[in-house]
Structure formats: structure tokens, C-alpha cells
Design a binder for this molecule. Structure first.
Ligand code: MEV
Length: 332
């Protein structure tokens, strides 16, 4: 059995379908080239150790028998519960050795956990993939998805799992909850520009706000979810045929519905309108909304103008490449 392994998983950006995806409609997500890395080492003492300096976790350790118990700091939760869930799901002799020995995990991220790039899901996926490889369990991607998604739900209670799917499968995906459809859309890197507006609002809070609206106006909100689902179907075709102009239009429609759901956010809206005014095919928020990121799709000759527009509206442009590979072992 190997004693150390390094894996990495990409961050993600929701292209279309947020919120509606939680209620069974499809979404499209792309994996981005800012990655989370985890080094997983088997150690000689029966402790779980974690170094995750990006989320202020240093020198964290506890007995293996205490995994998942007690007060777990926020930055340690996903990795610790991922270890617990993986070990509970397997019973090979290699896994028993980890119970008796111990495991040390070090995570580092190329992106700030303040961006909604999915750092929690990516670190969960890295942990389960690394344990799966180091113990010889060699789980396939769907089994890694199921365990990772369970981990996220154990902690957050809510979420569609689209971010987990992106971290595992990479590329650009058409996704339906709870991993019922995870379809890879063969396409080129999308000409995406990303603008960051400020620290994201808690996703669970925003999901609940939309849920409250849906309770008050069930037919109106269900119709909006249906319309978002329909535009995602058209967007899928646009992605596959690389028809960026149509995809941009559909992004604009999607933003209108998100605004009706109440998650647009003033600064994000300013950045979105600035991107459109500067010649983007389309622009919308990406993720749960109110703050965090917006995305714009733009022709090459308008890229700089769109970036300038986002900056002049107070946003910070983040350079990314979309449609990159999913979780994998890092060699060398
Ligand atoms: C958050 O990034 C996207 C939501 O649709 C929640 C989810 O799908 O888990 C609001």
C-alpha cells in the first residue's frame, strides 16, 4: 500500500440553472482551472491530522475514534466528514489499517474560499478520491460522487450536488439532481469572463429565501423554474454547437428569472449591465446570487472592453479557463 498521494480537483462556475436545479430542473456547470490540491499521508499514530491554511486550519488533530464528533471548526468539516464517510463505507484490510494507524491531510487551494468556486466540494472530492486510491478501493466516479454528495448533505443539509459533479467529472456538464443525469457536453473552452463582486452570501440562506417565496407564490415560482429548465435545454444545444451568441441571449433570459427570484444583487446587476453594454453576448450572475461572481460571454474583440466595464462597475475580474479536467492524481 502506498503511504502518500496527491490529488487535485477543479473549482466550478454555474453557467445556467441555479436555484431551479435544487427543484429538479437541469443546470449547466463548467469546471475551471483554479484547483484544490490535497496531499493524503498514512501515518503511524491513530490520529486524524489536518492542515488547511487557506481556511485557517493549522495543527488540527484528534483521535481517529473521535472522527465526526464534537465541535468541528468550519474549515475542517468537509474533509473530516469525508474521511469518516469513506471509512464507514469500506471494510477492506487497508481501510482497517487507516483506523489503527491514522491519516494526515494537507489541502491548498489556487482560489480563495471566498469565491463561490466550490472549495468545500472540491476538498471533499479530493479527500475521497485520495483515500479511494491509497486504499486500493478504486471507486469509480459515480461512487465517488455518491459519497461526496452525501458528505456535503450531511454538513449543509441542502444543495443540488452540481459542484460535486463538476469537481469529479470536469468539463462542462448537464446535471440533474441528485446525480440522476451527469452528462458531459463536448465543447471547446468557453469564452467566459468572470467578475467578482464581494464575499458570497451563504448559499443555504439564499435557497431558503427563494423557498419562502415559492411557498407564498407557488404557481408563479414553479413557472419560473419550468422556464429556467426550458432555457437550459436550449442552452445545452447552444453549448454543443458552440453558438455563443444564442448562449449569451439565454444567459440574459436566465438573469431576468433570477432577478424575479430576488437573488440578483445591486452590484452584480451593475457589473452584468456594464458587461452587456461593453458588447458581451450575454451576462448573468453565477451561483446563489446577491454577491459573489457574475459571468459574461464575449467575442474576442470585446473581451478587454467587457473586462473594463466590469472593473468600472466596481468588480474584480478573475482570469480563468473553463471546461478543464476533473479530479485526478498529481504525479511528480
Ligand atoms: C449555488 O451555487 C447554486 C444553487 O443552485 C444551490 C445548489 O445548486 O446547490 C443556488
Amino acid at each position: 500500500m502506498k503511504t502518500s498521494i496527491t490529488v487535485s480537483a477543479p473549482g466550478k462556475l454555474m453557467l445556467l440553472g441555479e436555484h431551479a436545479v435544487v427543484y429538479g430542473r437541469p443546470c449547466i456547470v463548467t469546471a475551471v482551472n483554479q484547483r484544490m490540491k490535497a496531499i493524503v499521508e498514512l501515518i503511524g499514530e491513530p490520529t486524524f491530522q489536518l492542515e488547511a491554511p487557506d481556511v485557517n486550519i493549522t495543527g488540527y488533530q484528534k483521535p481517529m475514534s473521535e472522527l465526526g464528533k464534537g465541535d468541528i471548526p468550519k474549515g475542517a468539516k468537509f474533509v473530516e466528514i469525508a474521511v469518516k464517510n469513506f471509512l464507514a463505507s469500506q471494510s477492506t484490510s487497508e481501510v482497517k489499517k487507516i483506523h489503527l494507524g491514522g491519516v494526515k491531510i494537507t489541502t491548498t487551494s489556487e482560489f480563495s474560499s471566498q469565491f463561490g468556486f466550490g472549495s468545500s466540494s472540491a476538498s471533499t472530492v479530493c479527500t475521497i478520491k485520495a483515500l479511494s486510491e491509497i486504499t486500493g478501493a478504486s471507486l469509480d466516479n459515480k461512487a465517488i460522487f455518491d459519497l461526496s454528495y452525501k458528505t456535503v448533505l450531511d454538513i449543509q443539509g441542502k444543495g443540488s450536488g452540481f459542484d460535486v459533479a463538476a469537481a469529479i467529472f470536469g468539463g462542462t456538464l448537464y446535471y440533474v439532481i441528485p446525480g440522476k443525469i451527469i452528462e458531459s457536453l463536448k465543447t471547446d473552452s468557453l469564452p467566459l469572463i468572470v467578475g467578482y463582486s464581494g464575499i458570497k452570501t451563504d448559499t443555504a440562506i439564499l435557497i431558503n429565501q427563494v423557498l419562502e417565496k415559492a411557498k407564498k407564490y407557488p404557481e408563479v415560482i414553479e413557472n419560473i423554474y419550468d422556464s429556467i429548465g426550458k432555457l437550459v435545454e436550449q442552452a445545452k444545444k447552444a453549448v454543443l454547437s458552440k453558438n455563443w451568441q444564442t448562449l449569451g441571449k439565454l444567459m440574459n433570459f436566465n438573469e431576468g428569472y433570477l432577478s424575479t427570484l430576488g437573488v440578483e444583487g445591486k452590484k452584480l446587476a451593475d457589473m452584468i449591465y456594464a458587461a452587456r453594454d461593453a458588447g458581451a453576448y450575454g451576462a448573468k450572475l453565477s451561483g446563489a446570487g446577491i454577491r459573489d461572481c457574475m459571468i459574461a460571454l464575449a467575442p474576442k474583440n470585446k473581451t478587454q472592453a467587457v473586462k473594463d466595464g466590469i472593473t468600472s462597475a466596481g468588480g474584480q475580474v478573475i482570469d480563468i479557463k473553463a471546461n478543464v479536467e476533473g479530479v485526478g492524481i498529481e504525479y511528480g
